[in-house]
Design a protein around this ligand. Structure first.
Ligand code: ADP
Ligand code: TRP
Length: 320
């Protein structure tokens, strides 16, 4: 089973990325034949700064390797090292209805945030469909906000197959229920564009300060509290073992337990989880040649798979 996911290199990765996409994708490593890539072509739709794009791309590679991506098992590569994806995007674009792209929330949200309506932003889902279909992916682990893009991918694949023959596997999204949307400090979806994130590998002092700033209600210390409506608990339960989670629920419901204590407990779990990964990341940072070699080998393996699909698609439409 081909499992594939990608993440844009357009900023520092945060807990939303980790629980929404990285952890599920990494934990599927044992179950199939995984591909994970750094979507730097996609990042170009919002990042127009050479040095930043290069640094962010390198940082995403370090983050994934530190978080447990095993490059022996997983084909790990930079999107732009497999330019075949651009040709496939073109072939897909000839069957993609404008209306399908016009309905995409992500495009509309980006315009609402003030980004210019470029062709790149508009065609973003077509390139994403090419990423997925090029490798005949069966399962695509992503956060809930990417679900519509997966639906677009399926629509495009079905249309192409109907018109030109059975070229593409129809992919399924993989979105674990319990982490569908990770809340940020303010309770909205955690996202770099809302400034409400906790970065995975930023300065530790800042992570602590940010966790202590998570918005809570004004229930007094003595009163029982509802874990189900609390942003601190929503993050805590992502880290906690079932026992830790049950104990924290009891603390909330029993009263005489303040949000400050819950935040400290959350920070401790954050530290416990990320301190060893941070150490690993520091080691990798001293060995960037190794990281580059991993990406180079990954691209070689990815290109071998890509060329098989692209050849079929080229032949199906009559280019060869
Ligand atoms: P951001 O919203 O910070 O720009 P991206 O859109 O680059 O993040 O998301 C990269 C991946 O991480 C996607 O698969 C996305 O669904 C997932 N993701 C991002 N934020 C969250 C979140 N708050 N909850 C769950 N998944 C998320
Ligand atoms: N659009 C995805 C995001 O913002 C990144 C992405 C690009 C992707 N191509 C993909 C995810 C293919 C899964 C599969 O997070």
């Amino acid at each position: 089973m081909r499992i594939l996911s990608g993440i844009q290199s357009s900023g520092k990765l945060h807990l939303g990325n980790y629980f929404g996409m990285m952890k599920p994708a990494i934990s599927l490593q044992e179950k199939g034949d995984p591909f994970i890539f750094i979507a730097n072509y996609h990042a170009l739709t919002t990042v127009h700064d050479r040095e930043r794009l290069l640094t962010d791309t390198r940082d995403v590679a370090l983050d994934f390797l530190a978080c447990g991506l095993d490059p022996e098992r997983t084909v790990f590569f930079r999107q732009s090292d497999v330019p075949e994806v651009q040709e496939l995007a073109w072939l897909l674009s000839i069957v993609t209805p404008m209306g399908l792209l016009e309905r995409c929330h992500s495009y509309k949200d980006k315009l609402a945030k003030g980004l210019a309506a470029t062709h790149g932003l508009f065609a973003y889902p077509v390139l994403m469909a090419a990423d997925i279909l090029l490798y005949q992916s069966n399962l695509v682990p992503v956060g809930k906000d990417q679900k519509q893009h997966l639906e677009v991918t399926r629509d495009i694949a079905i249309k192409f197959n109907n018109e030109f023959g059975e070229i593409f596997t129809i992919p399924e999204p993989y979105i674990p229920d319990e982490v569908a949307v990770v809340p940020g400090l303010d309770g909205q979806k955690m996202s770099k564009s809302y400034g409400n994130t906790v970065e995975l590998f930023g300065p530790i002092k800042e992570a602590k300060a940010r966790i202590m700033r998570i918005v809570t209600d004004s229930t007094p210390l003595e009163a029982p509290k509802n874990p189900d409506t609390c942003n601190v608990f929503a993050l805590y339960k992502l880290f906690a073992t079932p026992e830790q989670r049950a104990e924290m629920e009891q603390n909330y419901r029993g009263g005489n337990y303040g949000y400050g204590s819950a935040k400290k407990a959350l920070f401790e779990l954050f530290q416990e989880t990320f301190a060893p990964l941070r150490a690993k990341r520091e080691e990798l940072e001293k060995n960037l040649d190794y990281v580059e070699e991993v990406l180079r080998k990954g691209a070689e393996r990815a290109r071998a798979a890509a060329s098989i699909t692209l050849d079929k698609a080229r032949s199906a439409v009559g280019l060869c």
